[in-house]
Design a protein around this ligand. Structure first.
Ligand SMILES: Cc1cc2nc3c(=O)[nH]c(=O)nc-3n(C[C@H](O)[C@H](O)[C@H](O)COP(=O)(O)OP(=O)(O)OC[C@H]3O[C@@H](n4cnc5c(N)ncnc54)[C@H](O)[C@@H]3O)c2cc1C
Length: 512
């Protein structure tokens, strides 16, 4: 990738930001045939895109808010993503418990409409459930006054791995994508943005990179890039934090996810099975300053306990939390609106006078449509010859229909066989990196050789998701992971110790 960077005089499109939006844009542009470069300051999906609730969804809450356009668009994208990345996505049944016939009717009708709106891309019919079936599907549910429930379906996915697969697919279509390469300034000619100044975060080396169009897809850091363009630019993004608690599956036995329709602050709360654990979230807390490693607030943790425990027969307590992670939504500011829960979730495109194209807001689920809109705007602004978008039916890296969810490697899709073959090359690589989790050493080797993992955190947080599933187990796995990586990357003992220490420090933020 670095060789390609040095060998190219001018790019058609440079994209800043390697989250869902930026990687989607890189794939969109490259697959249309444009010479595309993507630069990510840290690792792919290090920002918000690894910290989602992992739902490919239309957004039931937005339906209640009357945002029909967003829900229709997201339901359509849900259907497309389930087809384009079947190895990383699955259909997840949800049960909404109802206490009283009125609740059952109200939410039943709403969720019927939700399914109806997905049209031909429906993934399962919404049904009203009896009390008995509801408690059968959610065995841990508080039964007192329960009148039944509503069963509906949404999609579920692995966010960081999807980001990686987007990067890989973009590369397969000719893009150059680099992690650990920060955009530190914009390059202008006659007042127009004509490229970027980038710095290799690992070596400090700077590059002046020219392009016909530049897209700013830096999530909650959007305003930093806008400020590089124009110091007078008003702030566009209002970050809002959401946290998740991860607990053992014993608290939610069975395959069904639970949706709590109304929390204390009038939002919804989910408890969703994920990689053999359960994720509970989320919150909506406005924050002043965006950070790359946001931390859950005590008040947010208490909020989740209070709201979820009301629905359970036995309380979840602090000692039950295996990991807690926080993410920042890049919400677009709405005039006069201070409550982030009420701010629109639609995406926004801003074309500056300098021709810088900025895209922000939106959802993981709608990344493809966002990317299309961003690239369309960039082509128009830069007067590039227009070629059609082809991502609607484009299969993503790893695509396969032969999926066995019992196999811990199934998330790799079509790469699974190659990882198994790799594990056969060295007996040590068949060993687990932690005795309680199914991750083998070959996955670490694979992540370095094929998935651009540069640090222990890249592997344990995003190539495999151990940090998000069990922070303490991830800390125990840091040393063997660092040693395996050092062998591949030709690093010494000092590097190993630095990596382990730095990972421990990061992991502290994921423990209560
Ligand atoms: C708590 C929570 C739950 C969510 N749940 C869901 C869900 O279940 N389903 C769903 O569809 N959506 C969900 N979302 C929304 C979704 O996660 C976001 O909309 C999406 O991830 C945003 O992606 P992004 O690429 O715009 O931002 P990011 O993922 O933050 O990417 C921006 C990237 O830009 C990089 N960057 C910043 N500055 C620079 C620079 N100067 N140079 C180079 N790179 C730079 C950052 O390192 C970062 O990686 C959720 C969001 C949150 C916060």
């Amino acid at each position: 990738m670095l060789d390609q960077l040095e060998a190219t005089d001018e790019w058609d499109v440079i994209i800043a930001g390697g989250g869902a939006t930026g990687l989607g844009s890189a794939l969109d542009a490259a697959s249309r045939g444009y010479k595309t470069l993507l630069l990510e300051r840290f690792d792919f999906a290090k920002g918000t895109s690894s910290r989602a609730t992992k739902l490919v969804h239309g957004g039931v809450r937005y339906l209640a808010q009357g945002n029909i356009k967003l829900v229709m668009e997201a339901l359509r994208e849900r259907g497309l993503l389930l087809k384009n990345a079947p190895h990383l996505t699955r259909i997840q049944p949800f049960v909404l418990p109802a206490y009283g016939w009125w609740q059952k009717m109200y939410y039943g009708v709403g969720l019927k409409i939700y399914d109806f709106m997905s049209g031909k891309l429906s993934i399962g019919e919404t049904r009203l459930l009896s009390k008995k079936t509801t408690s059968g599907n959610l065995p841990a549910l508080q039964q007192q006054n329960l009148s039944g429930g509503i069963l509906y379906y949404d999609g579920q996915f692995d966010d960081a791995r999807l980001a990686l697969n987007l990067a890989q697919t973009a590369v397969e279509h000719g893009a150059t994508v680099l992690n650990y390469m920060e955009v530190v300034d914009l390059h202008k000619e006659k007042g127009f943005v004509k490229g970027v100044l980038a710095e290799d975060s690992l070596t400090g080396k700077e590059y002046l990179l020219k392009a016909k169009a530049v897209i700013n897809a830096t999530g909650v850091f959007t305003d930093d890039i806008l400020q590089m363009d124009n110091e007078q630019q008003e702030e566009l993004v209002s970050p809002s934090q959401g946290i998740h608690l991860v607990v053992d599956k014993k608290f939610f036995p069975g395959d069904h996810a639970m949706m709590i329709p109304k929390t204390d602050d009038g939002r919804v709360l989910f408890a969703v099975p994920w990689h053999n654990e359960v994720i509970i979230g989320t919150t909506d807390t406005p924050v002043e300053e965006a950070s790359f490693e946001p931390h859950a607030l005590e008040s947010e943790i208490e909020f989740i306990f209070r709201n979820v425990n009301r629905y359970l027969t036995s309380d979840i307590t602090r000692k039950d939390i295996k990991s807690v992670f926080a993410g920042l939504r890049p919400l677009v500011k709405a005039p006069g609106q201070k409550n982030t829960a009420m701010m629109p979730r639609d995406h926004t495109i801003l074309v500056s006078k300098s021709k810088l194209v900025t895209i922000t807001g939106g959802k993981w689920t709608t990344y493809r449509k966002m990317a299309k809109d961003a690239v369309d705007n960039a082509l128009f602004t830069a007067k590039l010859p227009r070629k059609p978008c082809i991502t609607e039916t484009l299969k993503l890296h790893g695509w396969t229909i032969h999926k066995n969810e019992q196999d811990p490697l199934h998330y790799y899709g079509a790469d699974e066989a190659a990882i198994k073959q790799l594990s056969g090359e060295n007996n040590e690589w068949k060993e687990l990196i932690h005795p309680e989790y199914p991750y083998i050493k070959a996955q670490v080797i694979w992540a370095v050789r094929n998935e651009m993992a540069m640090t222990v955190e890249d592997v344990l947080a995003r190539r495999i998701r151990l940090l998000f599933l069990d922070a303490r187990a991830a800390v125990s796995a840091a040393q063997p992971t660092a040693m395996l990586m050092a062998g591949e990357l030709k690093k010494d003992e000092t590097w190993i110790q630095q990596q382990v220490e730095s990972f421990r420090e990061t992991a502290r933020g994921y423990m209560i």
